[in-house]
Design a binder for this molecule. Structure first.
Ligand SMILES: [Zn+2]
Length: 212
């Protein structure tokens, strides 16, 4: 099945426009993993993504937490999911420590908490990683067919292999981009074990060994 591609204005290179619950999971992964590393004039390739994410990262400890979370979501949606998620969900920033972060599909809401304990603010890096995590959930559930989610075991287990492939790949890429990813995550394989930056443990999925 091919995705529908559209352009915003004549002459603008096409970006994927996803239809709700009408794609298979492999196709969604393939798009998220392949388009960014290729030369993509609409987004001016990885350089622009890297520059914008670095600019946010630089300010992460000084900017208001709500702005950090909303800007993280905007950039992650823009560069990894072609701004397809934002129009369908509401980002809810919760200033308590419970409930923890999640994507609730029935309400189309991503919840992100700002505290570990009532009096303990979360580290900004941890919150940005959670935004990536919940965005991957939303992306897969919003745009994959229920049959495809079931076939990929994502119905019963939202953290099944396709989720981990996508999440690890995106976090690994951000880790390689930002100067000090401490507290964000580490470069890891699909079991969560730390690996060398140049290892290609994810090679069963094309595009997951991207770096830069
Ligand atoms: Zn999760």
């Amino acid at each position: 099945m091919n995705l529908t591609y559209g352009s915003e204005t004549p002459g603008t290179p096409a970006v994927p426009v996803y239809q709700l619950q009408s794609h298979n999971v492999k196709e969604l992964l393939d798009n998220a993993l392949r388009v960014l590393p290729l030369s993509h004039p609409y987004y001016n390739t990885q350089q622009q993504a890297k520059a914008e994410i670095n600019a946010l990262w630089e300010l992460r400890k000084r900017m208001p937490v709500d702005l950090l979370i909303s800007e993280s979501f905007r950039l992650i949606d823009k560069y990894f999911f072609f701004s397809n998620i934002g129009p369908h969900i509401q980002l809810v920033i919760h200033h308590g420590s419970f409930p923890w972060d999640f994507y609730r599909h029935s309400e189309r809401k991503i919840f992100i908490c700002t505290r570990e304990e009532p009096n303990l603010p979360r580290g900004p890096e941890d919150m940005v990683a959670s935004v990536v995590h919940e965005a991957v959930h939303a992306y897969l559930i919003l745009f994959a067919t229920p049959a495809s989610l079931k076939a990929e075991d994502l119905g019963q287990n939202p953290h099944a292999l396709p989720f981990r492939v996508l999440y690890q790949t995106l976090t690994n890429m951000i880790c390689r981009w930002v100067p000090d990813p401490t507290g964000f995550t580490v470069i890891c394989d699909l079991d969560g074990d730390e690996i060398e930056a140049e290892s290609h443990h994810l090679s069963s999925y094309p595009g997951t060994d991207i770096a830069g």
